[in-house]
Design a protein around this ligand. Structure first.
Ligand code: HSE
Length: 299
């Protein structure tokens, strides 16, 4: 079995801990049943990933099997990683979602996608990456008394994402740790209204509204101290014609949503400003993933 899981970009500006989208950049998990336990790593990013029983994909698989009383099978895993870790592109969500989808499929799929989402949210801590990783597209995650209510707002097939990945790692805990524990009413109203506009823009596919809709007061300015060039690079993306631009998750990656025609110029403009601030980076242009995590079985 092979499970393919998309990278994700959370927040999209004002949608702190609730908005996110899936990108066509994938990790995959190959599962060979009946083999002695082994975890092999391949792909662009393997450094620092454990290959023993502490591996996050494996621990997540075991968690799911334990929760449904399914006996742990002997499997060999090959993890192919193309999502850069600790960059704000959902690599840990991809590990958790991939582990859950693989373990559930091996057990005969007793759990629904919605049930997998609840487990993923409990393990990850916030739903804005796990929802798009499971469902694809642009998603809103609503915390309710019954758990996370996921909504897919659109698939934005005509949008491209310029993703600028700085050459520095930033752990989500550190990027959350610098945020003040309380927000003012003015900041709350600003973000509530801008999330409303953003949802409207995605549902109607009126991307000219993204420039205003992706503005934020709750976390981006505050996090700029950790990412030299953050605010100037977002500004450069807008000046080069991007529909909208934001910090990707808790960073340090930045994302600009653009029409296809601007994929070279927006990337250059962003890279130029980021490097002027002394931060080396690379850009890639990606489509939105519309499917979320999927598995296939080969005989
Ligand atoms: N929304 C989180 C944050 C990151 O900005 O801290 C992804 O869950």
């Amino acid at each position: 079995m092979i499970v393919k899981i998309p990278a994700t970009s959370a927040n999209l500006g004002p949608g702190f801990d609730c908005l996110g989208l899936a990108l066509q950049l994938y990790n995959s998990i190959k599962v060979e049943v009946g083999q002695p336990f082994q975890i092999s790593l391949t792909g662009t990013y393997s450094e620092g990933i454990s290959t023993d029983e502490s591996n996050l994909v494996w621990r997540t698989m075991c968690h799911l099997w334990a929760s449904i009383d399914y006996p742990t099978p002997s499997v060999a895993l090959t993890l192919e990683n193309h999502i850069p870790p600790a960059r704000g592109l959902g690599s840990s969500s991809a590990a958790i979602v991939g582990g859950l989808v693989a373990a559930n499929a091996l057990a005969g799929s007793p759990l629904t996608k919605l049930e997998l989402l609840q487990i993923a949210n409990t393990l990850e801590g916030h739903p804005d990456n796990v929802t798009p990783a499971l469902y694809g597209g642009i998603t809103l995650s609503i915390p309710t008394e019954e758990g996370i209510l996921p909504r897919v707002l659109g698939q934005a097939r005509s949008l491209k994402a310029v993703v600028l990945i700085p050459d520095l790692r930033l752990k989500t805990e550190k990027a959350r740790g610098i945020l003040p524990p309380q927000v003012s009413r003015q900041e709350a109203v600003f973000n509530i209204s801008h999330v409303g506009l953003l949802i409207d823009a995605f549902i109607r596919e009126e991307y000219s509204l993204l420039k205003e809709g992706m503005r934020d007061m709750l976390h981006q300015n505050q996090r700029a101290v950790l990412i030299p060039g953050l605010l100037a690079t977002l500004e450069a993306a807008l000046n080069a014609g991007a529909y909208g631009a934001a910090l990707s998750g808790s960073g340090p990656t930045l994302i600009a949503l653009i029409p296809e025609t601007l994929k070279i110029s927006v990337g250059h403009a962003m890279l130029n400003i980021m490097e002027q601030h002394g931060t080396k980076a690379q850009t890639i242009v990606l489509d939105i993933d519309t499917c979320g995590a999927e598995y296939s079985i080969s005989q």
